[in-house]
Ligand binder design. Structure first.
Ligand code: ATP
Ligand code: MG
Ligand code: MG
Ligand code: MG
Length: 569
């Protein structure tokens, strides 16, 4: 590409109202232009990056066995009425009418359309499992569009939907998608963390978000410095710094007797008002060699309701622990779950949402695999939820007992869900199973914010001069900057020769053939963030050399002209 025949559109000044660095640089480097709030035009350079991200996502989805398709942005309201989301979705759902007064929506996501399609297309278990995806524009009427394409109203998403007849089958595809997402973010060259996420209003059994670490991220995520433990702490629950944590007002503990079966009964037993209970800890203490005794402790704080508590149903285990004395339990109960380590009880919190009775989780915690023992962490990580770590602060021991908790800001770039039967049931998606009986499908869905990734990549890779693209998504791999090419025939010839050689070798190369001062060219190319620069100048040509500069390391060197192609490849 020749800059003289291109739309470079760089800006010297930082535009007003661009709060985060990626938004500023996307405007300044000529990647995007605003059209209206949350709506952007992708200029040629921006589009190149977007397409690269899109292609990596596509390649990895294909590799993982998902099949590409394309659904319409505009969807009939009937489908949303059928799923119940016409009512539930709220004002983020843009609704419109056609000339016949029929209602439509601009799709913020596509569960309805795909599930309806599948209900017609599939009829036998033999056609399962199936995983379909699209890379397509979404519209969400965000209450506060901001940070440029990071939170746009119109944005590009990769959304995949998988269909199964069993949870095991769904789980397998879910793990495959999890692995595919890891490959995608690794290929993109981004520092990311998969974290356990709240399933929120969508419901379902399992959910992970993928976050790119960046100060400007809108979510707090917590992860262990030494293991895979990670979870998203919802924004609403923004953590108070360690020193400002509200201390537990009061803690009491007693050993729960076997005739206490519910949290209500437990409260009665402890003679406390239900709404004083902040947390119930199940402490499994080792009484004698290999023998464990469940002990229940209530943490009282007065600012939680029992309903919240019931939703969390936190159980904890202590290990190693010779015997949990009244004092030890009281000490534990006085602390937040994450701070229990320092008082000598290495307590791990686990949550079992299915436990309706205390006895359920007492048994559960005693069962192998239901509590953390250091070796079965993989299994246990699934038992942690966002709720576990709401009270954890940076520096606390990790609930998995491995390393300590780090809390950082993250940008949500991907989100995967096990949806279960919710949509399939509502939209009548069923097939004949191997017994010849009609059976409702179970579903997973897997989203990636393709356009948001472009902004997230910049948040993570920049300096005072501009963007520093990871090679995999750079708009051009190399730029040739000829110094005073319009005055020097030698410079002109060498630059043109290198340009055509690199192009012929299939390398994405830009030549800055504008009649600009070298300083202007350097500034523009640094701002745009092209990984490699070849600077052609009179002086070096005497030795048949050019100057090379890396945008990533900042390293400079001289290269023999004859070696340039090999070096860049
Ligand atoms: P957020 O919490 O940022 O609002 P979300 O949880 O509502 O995102 P999902 O429904 O999980 O988003 O959609 C899948 C992915 O689409 C997200 O992980 C994110 O990367 C991307 N995405 C969601 N909303 C936007 C938006 N307004 N602009 C750009 N990308 C978005
Ligand atoms: Mg959202
Ligand atoms: Mg979210
Ligand atoms: Mg999400």
């Amino acid at each position: 590409m020749r800059t003289s025949q291109y739309l470079l559109s760089t800006l010297k000044e930082t535009p007003a109202n661009a709060e985060v660095i990626s938004h500023q640089y996307m405007l300044r480097a000529g990647l995007i232009r605003p059209v209206a709030s949350g709506l952007y035009t992708w200029l040629p350079t921006g589009l190149k990056v977007l397409k690269k991200v899109e292609n990596i996502v596509r390649e990895e989805m294909d590799r993982a066995g998902a099949i590409e398709m394309l659904m319409p942005l505009v969807q009939p309201a009937d489908l949303w009425e059928e799923s119940g989301r016409w009512e539930d979705y709220g004002p983020e759902l843009a609704r419109l009418k056609d000339r016949h007064n029929r209602s439509f929506v601009l799709g913020p996501t596509h569960e309805e359309v795909i599930t309806k399609l599948i209900s017609f297309e599939l009829n036998s278990y033999k056609q399962l499992p199936l995983n379909m995806y699209q890379i397509q524009t979404k519209f969400r009427d965000e209450i506060r569009p901001r940070f440029g394409v990071m939170r746009g109203r119109e944005f590009l998403m990769k959304d995949a939907y998988s269909f199964h007849l069993s949870t095991e089958c769904l789980d397998k595809t879910y793990q495959e998608m999890h692995a595919a997402y890891c490959r995608i973010f690794e290929r993109l060259g981004l520092d990311y963390r998969p974290v356990i996420a709240d399933t929120g209003s969508i419901g379902g059994d399992a959910s992970h978000e993928f976050h790119v670490l960046a100060e400007s991220g809108e979510d707090d995520i917590a992860f262990s410095s030494h293991s895979d433990y990670a979870a998203n702490i919802e924004k609403a629950e923004a953590l108070a710094p360690a020193g400002e944590r509200a201390p537990a007002e009061m803690g009491i503990s007693k050993v729960a007797t076997p005739d206490v079966h519910t949290i209500e009964e437990l409260c009665k037993f402890f003679d406390v008002a239900a709404n004083q209970v902040a947390k119930t800890l199940l402490v499994v203490g080792e009484c004698e060699e290999g023998d464990t005794a469940p002990i229940v402790a209530l943490v009282l704080r007065g600012d939680h309701t029992l309903n919240e508590l019931k939703a969390e149903k936190i159980a904890g285990i202590a290990s190693p622990l010779a015997f949990a004395s009244e004092e030890q339990i009281t000490a534990a109960a006085n602390c937040d779950a994450g701070s229990i380590g320092p008082v000598g009880l290495n307590i791990t919190v686990i949550v079992d949402r299915s436990a309706a009775h205390l006895s359920d989780f007492i048994c559960g915690a005693n069962e192998t695999g239901f509590h953390f023992t250091g070796t079965n962490f993989e299994r246990d990580i699934k038992d942690y939820t966002v709720a576990d770590i709401r009270n954890v602060v940076a520096g606390d021991p990790s609930p998995c007992g491995n390393g300590s908790i780090e809390i950082k800001r993250g940008i949500e770039v991907g989100h995967i869900f096990q949806l279960g039967e919710k949509y399939a049931k509502a939209m009548g998606a069923a097939v004949l199973n191997d017994q010849g009986k009609n059976q409702t499908l179970t579903m997973g869905c897997y989203g990636i914010g393709v356009s948001r990734i472009v902004a997230a990549a910049i948040e993570q890779n920049n300096d005072a001069n501009g963007i520093i693209w990871p090679e995999a998504i750079a708009p051009f791999k190399v730029v040739i900057i000829p110094m005073n090419m319009h005055k020097s025939h030698r410079v002109h010839e060498t630059a043109e020769q290198l340009y055509s050689d690199l192009k012929a070798a299939g390398i994405e190369v830009m030549i800055d053939d504008r009649k600009e001062r070298p300083g202007v060219m350097f500034k523009d190319m640094e701002l745009i963030g092209i990984p490699h620069s070849i600077i052609v100048g009179e002086r070096n040509l005497d030795n048949a050399e050019v100057e090379y500069k890396s945008r990533i390391s900042g390293d400079k060197s001289t290269l023999k002209i004859a070696d340039v192609l090999e070096f860049i490849k």
